[in-house]
Design a protein around this ligand. Sequence first.
Ligand SMILES: NC(=O)c1ccc[n+]([C@@H]2O[C@H](COP(=O)([O-])OP(=O)(O)OC[C@H]3O[C@@H](n4cnc5c(N)ncnc54)[C@H](O)[C@@H]3O)[C@@H](O)[C@H]2O)c1
Length: 399
Amino acid sequence: MKQTTVSPSPRRVDVPSEFGRVVVIGGCGAIGADFVTAVAPFFDISVIDRDVEKVRLWRDRWAQYPALNVKDVSCSYEALRGADVVVVTIGTEGPEGVTRGSLFELIEQIASFLTDSQLVILRTTIDPGTTRRLMSIADTIAPSELDVVVAPERSLEGAVERELLTIPQLLGGPARAVDRAERFFSTMGVDVIRLPDWESAELAKLICNGYRYMSFQLANHFEMLASEYDCSYDAIRHAVQRDYPRAYGLSAAGLVGGPCLPKDTRMLSDATPDGMVDLAAAATAISDEYEAWVADRIERRLMGLRERTIGVLGMGFKAGSQDRRASRSIWLAERLAAGGAVVVELDGVEQARDVPMDCLVDVFGMTETGYLPTTRAGTPAAVYVIGVGWRSGPGSRDD
Ligand SMILES: NC(=O)c1ccc[n+]([C@@H]2O[C@H](COP(=O)([O-])OP(=O)(O)OC[C@H]3O[C@@H](n4cnc5c(N)ncnc54)[C@H](O)[C@@H]3O)[C@@H](O)[C@H]2O)c1
């Protein structure tokens, strides 16, 4: 479970009475807890989460900060009664990351607690058309005058608390709902960007993440292509970017995992109509191809994996993160172990220095400081750096 540190903002503002009480559903999740912490200096907050353990943990944590107006944290939807604003940050469910199902389930669970006057803000990532379908269900089981706005969470994992108050919020939906949501975010001094409908805001989030993921996979494609000609993509990238701003957007190649980018790109692929070129699916296919390419390359360089000791450095899903959700480093470690290697999982460069091994796979370029990290262990290990383009270090056999 994520160990967010709570840093309450000292700012207090006059809160309009229309936002007297805010309820966050899914408020103990990775995104929800940061959202609550960011907005709790401004509003009275009730948090609802169905995970009993997380509820206990966050109730204790928030209780230590009286400057945060977190009034109650529970598993009960009763807290929805009399709420002015309902914020939904529930997560994606299941191995394929389908959010839509869980939202439909949620509306059935909470319908009887909702009232006409409430503003509902959906921050969960959803595919285009989900809110409209949700509303057609709500029309029959919930009050008909609900104001629903899609305000997707665009922050990076771990950055919500900081970014919520600094990056503009995208708001999509009917004008009255968007007006109210704009006033809600303005209360905290947050800029908003209005979109004409729910679908635009739903798509906007998928496009943000799809764009990033596809850019990374394009880099992976270029790296595999360059290697076919015995060229280094990394060297080419640096060359074309020098004093040539048009190429600045070219990413480094590397493994891309985590709870959002691959999932949101799959959602974009699902949203692509039949008959239209599915670029999102191509990006996912490139990712699979690239990962197999990396694993095969390590195996070939080491002339087989059996009984080789391989360190994998950087086990989180991105550089500097301890969050292992959907980490491709874990996939790589398992893949190498399945081939017969002894795999040592390493989170920091310092750990790597003490472990004798045949090869160190530096997933995010953490050894870029220029020294061989295994010197203390006395073994001249090969260093394969993936995260900044494939590169072999001083001890490698064949580069
Ligand atoms: N993690 C990220 O970096 C990130 C970034 C931007 C957007 N998002 C999106 O934000 C959403 C939340 O992601 P997350 O990473 O916080 O997920 P998470 O799994 O960490 O948190 C979701 C929380 O919702 C709770 N929950 C689920 N269903 C519930 C229900 N019916 N009632 C009450 N509580 C319920 C869960 O117990 C959990 O605590 C997802 O749609 C995700 O795509 C995530």
